[in-house]
Design a protein around this ligand. Sequence first.
Ligand SMILES: Nc1ncnc2c1ncn2[C@@H]1O[C@H](COP(=O)(O)OP(=O)(O)O)[C@@H](O)[C@H]1O
Ligand SMILES: [Mg+2]
Length: 377
Amino acid sequence: MIRLEHVQKIYDDGFQALKNINLEFKEGEINVLIGPSGCGKTTTMKMLNRLIDYTEGQIYINNKEITSIDTIELRRSIGYVIQHIGLFPHMTIYNNVAAVPRLLKWDKERIEKRVDELLDMVGLEPEVYKNRYPSELSGGQQQRIGVIRALAAEPSIILMDEPFSALDPISREQLQDELVRLQKEIKKTIVFVTHDMDEALKIADQIILMKDGEIVQKGTPNEIVQYPANEFVKEFIGTERLGNNTTIPPVEAVMLNDADTLDLDSSLESAAQLMGEKNIHSLTVVDENNKIQGQVTILNASNSLQENKKVHDVLTPINHKVNKSSSLKTVLNIMNDNDVNELPVVDDSEQYVGMITRKEVLRVMTDLYMNDGNEGS
Ligand SMILES: Nc1ncnc2c1ncn2[C@@H]1O[C@H](COP(=O)(O)OP(=O)(O)O)[C@@H](O)[C@H]1O
Ligand SMILES: [Mg+2]
């Protein structure tokens, strides 16, 4: 547990960046510091690993005042992730993640095991990614490496200063989801800085809203949304979000519900013709109860055209489908994990109701973010 008591920070030029900060960060919780640019978030965070010293007050980690802890030891027990991760560009992913364990002189076997475990944790296949260089990864993947690099030596505290701010909205959502999932396993004390209220509401156990070097309100996301302390908090939450944070529509609202299907005993000629007309490369096959039986691709159909076969002779299984009430985020995760661009949609009785495409999901999600008033940095 981390505790700040009556902490103040006056910079050398006389500017008072923090006024009487009293705070507690509990183990196993994600604590989010949020507020407008210049309110003192980064200053608060950097005092915890003593990148900045405080002028007044005390900071305790597990009841030990941090000025009494050796600085190097202190920093080793704290992982630190920043916006521009600063992976070492000339080093492989393996070497990047292994950097701190090496400093700590872990043996090779232990490091190898740890790197594999960490890559698995964030869904990056170790054999595929270990030997790549940072520039060979997407922004989201690089930031995942930044996160696991900070976790490598099993620190009990993780500081994250706007770690996802430079990412596109979709990667950002995915990393937020992953962080929440990861935290259920690792149960660290996480202090996370952001200026994005959506992000805070989504990941926080405790939100600390700051303004001009002071804490305006702290509480759970629900407490903040339901009982905003004053006009500033209300405004920061965004009036449209109060009492309503379901902005992302379900699959049902976005799917193509007039997508064509094939019957089991359709001829392959008609299947191929339909795909040609619609300029698509596969069609979903349903039985008389409208249940999905599989799919026929243009390739399968045209390979067997001469043989007078029917759809049921060449259909291949469909491995992934989604429910019409699933969220678009789920859909996108399934598409990404399985490298597919469209998925059939079923209702609660497993009957086929339509198709959803990646293009459409991205279009809707981008629109949502474009129209979502961002608070600026
Ligand atoms: N080294 C410094 N000297 C003087 N003022 C500083 C210094 N670092 C930050 N500040 C000021 O302290 C305030 C808080 O900064 P910071 O904690 O970085 O804000 P935030 O992270 O919330 O955007 C800002 O007004 C900033 O200009
Ligand atoms: Mg900052």
